[in-house]
Design a protein around this ligand. Sequence first.
Ligand code: GAP
Length: 443
Amino acid sequence: MADLSVMEKLVSLAKRRGFVFQSSEVYGGLGSVWDYGPLGVELKRNVKDRWWQSLVHARDDIEGLDAAILMHPKVWEASGHVAGFTDPMVDCRTCKGRFRADKLEDARCPQKPSKQPGQHSTCDLTEPRLFNLMFKTFMGPVEESASVVYLRPETAQGIYVNYQNVLTSSRQKIPFGIAQIGKAFRNEITPGNFIFRTREFEQMEMQFFVRPGTDDEWFEQWREIRMGWHHALGLAPARLRWHQHSGTELAHYAKAAYDIEYEFPFGWQEIEGIHNRTDFDLGRHQEHSGKKLEYFDQAANDRFLPYVVETSAGADRVTLTTLVDAYREEVVEGETRVVLGFHADIAPVKVAVLPLMKKDGHPELATELYHGLRTRLRAAYDDGGAIGRRYRRQDEIGTPWCVTIDNETIAARTVTVRHRDSMKQDRIGIDHVTGWLTERLGN
Ligand code: GAP
């Protein structure tokens, strides 16, 4: 049985502790748009940094890119989004609800939540009609069809139209990849599940350009690498699985596709897609722009349009996954302690410095240590309330270590380091704290 109460607790914790807030909350909120608070922005940034590090910095064959959100409208004609980036939608004439016609089983009738739309006696659904998910706006002062531009629904197209610029400026040779992290926008019919499906979100996409014929092999390699990345993020392997797209599920551009799915409290859902996009996108841009996008292989003395293997993850979805995966409740000495057991590398705060008392030289030494630490890593200082309560506050935001300054620190320059997961304490020299922590952190 899915434990949906975990989601409710997580949404409440996220707001209370400053991970995620509803957008424009003072005006009643904007549907399915979310803002990241002080801890959320750190967590999401850590997820994105690890992705960037593993693909762009740790490899010689991938370059980074930051393309603009607004692109020439012809990009979206060529890519097939203007004609085909649609979902089938139905309206209910009774309750005025709108639903995805192909996902009715996942939706609830607003008037009878135990049933799906169409199943309650008063439901009166329209025939499905196609709804384009792209947000439209106008470039310049005149609102006319000639000035329509779109907010990009995926970051990938910015990579395809820059593929030759990157290739020539970086002197890469095929096989090589381009990675990008950026905002994407989709006017989803039924967004929901907190930051899982939203109308504004961030993607972490990498397009790997290969010689046709080698694409199947690269596709398998990238599947393995990407699943390994999620494991290294600390996600429970038992809650990750593959979902292969069957013929009817395959996107218009894909020859093969697998999703990496995570078992959320609301069921198994996609967090990343690995797609063999063939030469579909480059072929379409070549055709629509009239510009040759072929690659000349000097060694083989031949030309070809590269195939693309894409890895496409949602930064918000992966961030939500880290929150869900980390959340646990434990009973300790008769009290429930809530812990976000993040992998230390992505924890928003790495260490909290806690003076045991607000006197006897504790605050002075604690402040000195805290100032030294925060130049190297994200640290917090907390001198409010009983020490046990301070530990609990840090557990709840996932801080892996707490360093406590007490009388022995004054006498012998040693501190206690308390571990979030085991709650065990070690005593180490105050001068070794920075080294001790950086040794345990991967970045
Ligand atoms: N370029 C390929 C592409 O965009 P996709 O499967 O539509 O493929 C890739 O999206 C990833 O982007 C998804 O696995 C998901 O993590 C994220 N994503 C897609 N739509 C989203 C939404 N409405 N809200 C949050 N994340 C979304």
